[in-house]
Design a protein around this ligand. Structure first.
Ligand SMILES: [Zn+2]
Length: 175
């Protein structure tokens, strides 16, 4: 086996920006999502991970991008995590849940998030090419949305961006 898995994580976690309990909680879940995403990246997926957390800060579900492994164009981390959280809760209404995701959701995932009536979306890096929360379009605030979605973007934005950039860089080198 080649030893490529042993290289250090390509992202750097900066110290907390502020000492707020809520911020530190978001930060802690985002670090977990980054770690999950890293494993997915090493398995050949674009490294994106999502975690659904319940109202008592308990984990409900976590997932990574699985498009390549499942040959499924809809197998984005957010969709898989929302689906697993609904199953876990026995209810598709996720009003009391928070979804953490390392990258700004695409239009499909933003649609799924609106459908779940999610309580709060927290994401890391903006996706300037396909982001459907604010970068390219704002789907949750659009005319076809029936849910006002609270959003917090930019939590650990830098490591989330570094992780993706590094993955794409390495992919280009391998070609
Ligand atoms: Zn997506």
């Amino acid at each position: 086996m080649p030893n490529t898995m042993a290289e250090p994580t390509p992202f750097h976690i900066p110290p907390p920006a502020i000492q707020s309990e809520i911020y530190l909680r978001h930060r802690q879940w985002m670090i977990r999502a980054l770690t999950l995403a890293q494993a997915a990246g090493e398995a050949g997926e674009v490294p994106v991970a999502a975690i659904v957390v319940g109202p008592d800060n308990q984990i409900m579900a976590e997932a990574t991008n699985r498009k390549e492994r499942d040959h499924d164009p809809t197998a984005h981390a957010e969709v898989l995590a929302l689906r697993a959280a609904g199953e876990q809760l026995g209810n598709w209404h996720l009003n009391d849940c928070t979804l953490y995701v390392t990258l700004e959701p695409c239009m499909m995932c933003a649609g799924a998030i609106v459908q779940s009536r999610l309580g709060l979306l927290v994401y890391g890096a903006d996706d300037i090419k396909a982001g459907a929360i604010r970068s390219v379009l704002n789907l949750p605030d659009g005319p076809c949305s029936n849910h006002r979605l609270p959003v917090l973007g930019g939590i650990l934005e830098m490591p989330c961006r570094e992780q993706l950039q590094h993955w794409f860089q390495r992919k280009r080198q391998v070609k």
